[in-house]
Write a protein that binds this ligand. Structure first.
Ligand code: GP9
Ligand code: MN
Length: 633
């Protein structure tokens, strides 16, 4: 009779090399989930799904080895284990800083990730060596061939049974995940949810599928899709505030992106000392928005630039500056060029960082003063490059070049010193670090103060040059600087017991300051708003109407502006509520609200806006917009 199973080889006395590799990686992945990622588990079933979710992928990938010659199999198993470990470890390192998982578009930017140099080293720990323990063990097993691990041959039947098992486990996993989390694969704003349910490896496969899909989407999109989005945008347009409209018409625009500056530093102290004395004074003679949120995704600074200049949302995966730099846009620089401005971005970093050199052309920038336009030396640099004070000093010459064109200018400045890991030369530190278990948070304060001083010097210089009263100055924080990885230290600093998801949302506020030419009296405006609102706000101040634009923000000065801001992951904030991680919070108390139905229209709106914005970007729909009218009144 034909022997179907070689049961003796499966006996407790020995295990196949394939099974050994699978089990080791499986256990390692699960331990990593528990120790290195902060995956919220609500019940036993979720824990069980988390536990089994690496198995299907690992079995599927090692199944390839079943078809190889016995001699080749150990090498295949070794290489596969190393690659899988590399993926897992890459995610761990990325997660430490960004509390998020890697995506394919992000890996395409590997060059920039490499540039993070210092940042990455600070994210490594000597304990990480443990990640490779099983690889060493596997190597020893392959070399010394102990009797309890065999490199067994697989019959046709064995292979079939194995593959069948892979499919069965796969469906079992998906089935459980679908009951726990309906529409899991159709709503992918949240990577944590995906990793939790289908596992980190399958998540990467799904991500690869999405990447392919998005390139197909552009090819398939047609103009009719724009009409639907346009209807939505038109219905949400709000009339500008008649007193503010055109109040800075024809003036220069100085837009400053402050690296990693969160709003909690404004009017606040550390060790009894003011953190941002200059900004605290400056807002007294400017409009200061204290409920203004950043809305960036994985593209960080570049996403904030995208939001601010297009009034479209960045993407839920990767940086739109990379993935969709070939699209048609109608961004602020292009609109201002058409309105007689000369436009430039000033940033002392390599021009291809975040693909800026390519994307800036799509946004309509006439000039990009990148690192080549600055004198950068060992002495005048720290951390990521040229120190902010030097950067602003040297930028004055560029502003003069722009002035020499005889046109008003639109100049965007991107600061750099206050960037993770917040390094500063001792002579540049005016205040002491904080004292907590987070070096990141501790060092954050002196670098924020340094940028504050750099801004002060710059504003004084603008005054000396006679540019100050001729310009509208807009300052915003690009995104958070202190990730959730530092929650314990943050709680200590804020004098709280812990940082809840509600607090985390509130910590995403960044400063937004608008200083009008000749403005002396300041005003604090507490309307809920975000980076998406900057473009219409600024254009209206310059007297350029936006009612024909396809964008999602609203002029913050408009009397009808809704108190509403959506984050890239679908969280949102209104006047009364904060919604995040599928929980609704009362903004006054910070406590969860059981009955979510009160916020249902907002939940819908948040979803709708992100979907429409994505549709525009994935389908490159603005190429179908022939109504590019931007008449100034
Ligand atoms: C890089 C700078 C920092 O040029 O804008 O980028 P970030 O890491 O903050 O996205
Ligand atoms: Mn940044």
């Amino acid at each position: 009779m034909k022997k179907y199973f070689t049961l003796d080889k499966f006996s407790v006395k020995s295990i196949s090399l394939t099974a050994a590799a699978i089990i080791m990686l499986w256990i390692k992945t699960y331990i990593t989930y528990k120790l290195c990622f902060d995956i919220k588990i609500e019940n036993g079933m979720q824990e069980f799904i988390l536990f089994i979710n690496p198995l299907c992928f690992l079995m599927a990938i090692f199944a390839i080895g079943l078809f190889l010659k016995d001699k080749r199999r150990p090498m295949f198993i070794m290489i596969t284990s190393i690659l899988i470990t590399a993926v897992l470890y890459g995610n761990v390192v990325y997660y430490r800083e960004f509390t998020d998982f890697l995506t394919i578009p992000l890996l395409m930017q590997a060059k920039d990730i490499g540039d993070l140099g210092g940042s990455i080293v600070s994210l490594l720990s000597p304990w990480d060596i443990l990640f490779f323990l099983d690889i060493v063990l596997l190597g020893l097993i392959i070399k010394f061939k102990p009797s309890f691990v065999v490199n067994k041959s697989y019959s046709k039947t064995n292979r079939r049974v194995f593959l069948l098992l892979v499919v069965a486990i796969g469906f079992f996993n998906l089935g459980l995940a679908e009951t726990e989390r309906p529409q899991l694969l159709t709503r992918t704003f949240d990577r944590e949810m995906l990793v939790k349910n289908i596992g980190t490896y399958n998540y990467h496969i799904y991500d690869a599928y999405l990447a392919t899909k998005s390139s197909a989407q552009r090819a398939l999109a047609d103009g009719s899709e724009l009409a639907e989005v346009e209807n939505y945008v038109r219905a949400n347009y709000k009339e500008p505030n008649s007193e503010m409209f055109g109040a800075a018409k024809g003036k220069n625009v100085i837009l400053i992106s402050m690296e990693s500056t969160q709003n909690f530093v404004i009017n606040n102290t550390v060790n009894g000392q003011e953190i941002t004395p200059f900004l605290n004074d400056f807002i007294k003679e400017s409009y200061y928005f204290d409920n203004f949120y950043h809305q960036v995704g994985q593209g960080k600074t570049s996403d904030s630039e995208f939001l601010v200049e297009n009034s479209l949302y960045p993407l839920s995966r990767g940086a739109v500056f990379f993935t969709h730099s070939q699209n048609e846009y109608k961004a602020t620089p292009e609109i201002l060029n058409e309105n007689g401005y000369t436009t430039a971005s000033l940033h002392a970093n390599g021009k291809s960082f975040w693909n800026r050199d390519v994307m800036y052309q799509a946004l309509g920038y006439e000039n990009f003063y990148d690192i080549e336009s600055y004198n950068v030396t060992e002495e005048n640099s720290v951390g990521w490059g040229l120190k902010d004070k030097e950067f602003f000093d040297q930028s004055i010459a560029h502003l003069k070049e722009m002035q020499a064109t005889g046109k008003p200018f639109y100049a965007k400045f991107i600061t750099l010193t206050n960037h993770h890991p917040y390094e500063l030369d001792p002579e540049d530190a005016s205040i002491e670090p904080f004292n907590s278990n987070s070096k990141t948070l501790n060092n954050y304060f002196p670098t924020v103060r340094y940028t504050d001083e750099a801004l002060e010097q710059f504003i004084n210089k603008l005054k000396e040059e006679g540019l100050y009263d001729d310009s509208i100055i807009v300052i915003y924080g690009d995104h958070y600087g202190i990730s959730e990885n530092h929650n314990a230290a943050m709680a200590q600093y804020l004098g709280k017991e812990s940082i809840t998801p509600f607090d985390s949302v509130q910590l995403q506020r960044v400063p937004f300051i608008v200083h009008m030419p000749n403005q002396k009296e300041g005003k604090v405006i507490s309307k809920v708003s975000g980076q998406i609102d900057v473009k219409p706000t600024l254009l209206h101040l310059l007297g350029i109407d936006t009612k024909n634009n396809i964008e999602f923000g609203t002029d913050i000065f408009s009397k009808d502006k809704l108190d509403f801001t959506v984050f890239r992951d679908g969280s949102f904030v209104t006047k009364d509520y904060v919604y995040t991680r599928e929980t609704l919070y009362d903004k006054k108390t910070g406590e969860p609200i059981e009955d979510k139905s009160v916020a249902e229209p907002y939940i819908e709106k948040a979803k709708q806006e992100l979907e429409y914005s994505d549709k525009i970007i994935y389908g490159d729909l603005l190429r179908f917009n022939d109504k590019n009218k931007y008449d100034s009144k």
